[in-house]
Design a protein around this ligand. Structure first.
Ligand code: GAR
Length: 216
């Protein structure tokens, strides 16, 4: 399965995914292209240094969101991309873009969604006084950070935390959670029940139990 990774900056999650593909932890996948909406994104050079095609597709010159997204979609289609992984990509995708890759766009967010969507999630968590936070990998739909959840990892929020310290603690978990979630999606070993993403193996057990016992 050909993956595209969309970034806007540092690209550490992009590298975690690229490493997992290289090491076979995301079996049957290939990173076809890394695209940034900022030419200055450090992650672009990191991708290129690993021999991955790295493209800057900026929304400059007063272009509309539609024009910008059309160019990105064209780049994805010409490379046969089947799964789009947002990794610190700081733009909202239009409903048209989401429709073009429905069920095939993933995002990672540095909070336990549905808590603290949007910007500065780690600062939002500290300001709210939560004692646990973490990261969420989810499918992207038309809502802000609101699509079905694939996996979540948790970390403690400590009294002395700043947003930066908490972000660093969460980032360690992001680098574990995202490759694992992409591996699951690439394997196809899951089912979608409304908002619930259920591993097929668990579903199989559930069906077996329901077939064995009368659970009605
Ligand atoms: C990550 O913490 C990611 O969860 C966050 O941006 C950072 C990107 O870091 N994404 C969002 O906040 C999206 N709403 P990276 O460029 O090193 O992967």
């Amino acid at each position: 399965m050909k993956l595209a990774i969309l970034i806007s900056g540092r690209g550490s999650n992009m590298l975690a995914l690229a490493d997992a593909v290289r090491d076979g932890r995301i079996a049957g996948a290939e990173v076809a292209v890394v695209i940034s909406d900022r030419a200055s994104a450090a992650g672009l050079a990191l991708a290129a240094a690993r021999g991955i095609e790295a493209l800057a597709i900026e929304r400059h010159g007063g272009r509309t969101r539609e024009e910008h997204e059309r160019e990105m979609l064209e780049a994805l289609r010409t490379r046969g991309v089947e799964l789009v992984c947002l990794a610190g990509f700081m733009r909202l995708l239009s409903p048209q873009f989401v429709a073009a890759y429905r069920g095939r766009i993933l995002n990672i967010h540095p909070s336990l969604l549905p808590a603290f969507p949007g910007l500065d999630a780690q600062q939002q968590a500290i300001a709210h006084g939560v004692k646990w936070s973490g990261c969420t990998v989810h499918f992207v739909d038309e809502t802000l950070d609101g699509g079905p959840i694939i996996t979540q990892h948790i970390v403690p929020v400590r009294d002395e935390d700043t947003a930066e310290i908490l972000a660093a603690r969460i980032l360690v978990e992001e680098h574990q959670a995202y490759p694992a979630a992409v591996a699951l999606v690439v394997s196809g070993n899951y089912k979608v029940f409304g908002r619930r993403i259920v591993r097929k193996t668990l579903q199989g057990i559930k069906e077996a139990i329901e077939n064995t016992f009368d659970v009605s």
